[in-house]
Design a protein around this ligand. Structure first.
Ligand code: GTP
Ligand code: MG
Length: 196
């Protein structure tokens, strides 16, 4: 996909503040600091489009982007970061769930996982929940530049087994550092959009 224009639209917490549901949307979810915003920037080919940070919990609202005025990208706040204030943490589950359940234009959820870690309880809960609501989900393993090829092979098998994908399929691999997986992920996104 050639990205000619990529723009931030707005941040919102509640459906009344979302942009109009016009474009097919791809949502990016995963635990705090896993690399969601970096992955969006890599796909868009724009460094500062989504704000990234070394500090977990950077993205606290739902951020909407437009790609080529044709596709919506949605950066969801990460879960699983204990240091976020309790009141804020309590809003996150419902905020993410409301978006996922009520957005009519949502076409695909990209579930982002760190290649070095086993999927967390929250990752699995979310996956089960998406399956229950029949929302298409694509697991993507990121930060693969942090592992050797051998280490990665082992980790992918463990992650695939924990996710319980059937037939057993290895998740798509990605790195925002060296852009591995960028084209493959775009192909998956385009496939979903074509099926519309
Ligand atoms: P929250 O918004 O806090 O939930 O985080 P996030 O999931 O959006 O993560 P973000 O993209 O802000 O990245 C977190 C940290 O991981 C930053 O320091 C990034 O530079 C780093 N990072 C992200 N992707 C990669 C990658 O593929 N490789 C490496 N080595 N570092 C990465
Ligand atoms: Mg972020």
């Amino acid at each position: 996909m050639k990205v000619l224009c990529a723009a931030f639209v707005l941040s919102a917490m509640k459906p009344v503040h979302y942009p109009p549901a016009e474009l097919p949307e791809i949502a990016f979810v995963g635990r705090s600091n896993v690399g969601k915003s970096s992955l969006i920037n890599t796909l868009a080919g724009r460094k500062g489009l989504a704000r990234t940070s070394n500090t977990p919990g950077r993205t606290q609202e739902i951020n909407f982007f437009r790609i080529n005025d044709r596709i919506g990208f949605v950066d969801l706040p990460g879960y699983g970061y204990a240091k976020v204030p309790e009141t804020l943490r309590k809003q996150w589950g419902p905020m993410i769930e409301t978006y996922l359940r009520e957005r009519p234009t949502l076409r695909l959820v990209v579930l982002i996982l760190d290649c070095r870690r086993d999927p967390s309880e929250e990752d699995l809960q979310l996956l089960g929940w998406l399956r229950h609501y029949r929302i298409a989900c694509l697991p993507v393993v990121t930060k693969i530049d942090k592992l050797s090829r051998n280490q990665l092979t082992g980790r992918l098998q463990v992650i695939a087994a924990v996710l319980g994908t059937s037939p057993p399929a290895l998740p798509l691999c990605f790195s925002a550092r060296n852009r591995v997986g960028k084209e493959a992920l775009w192909r998956e996104i385009e496939k979903v959009l074509r099926d519309d």
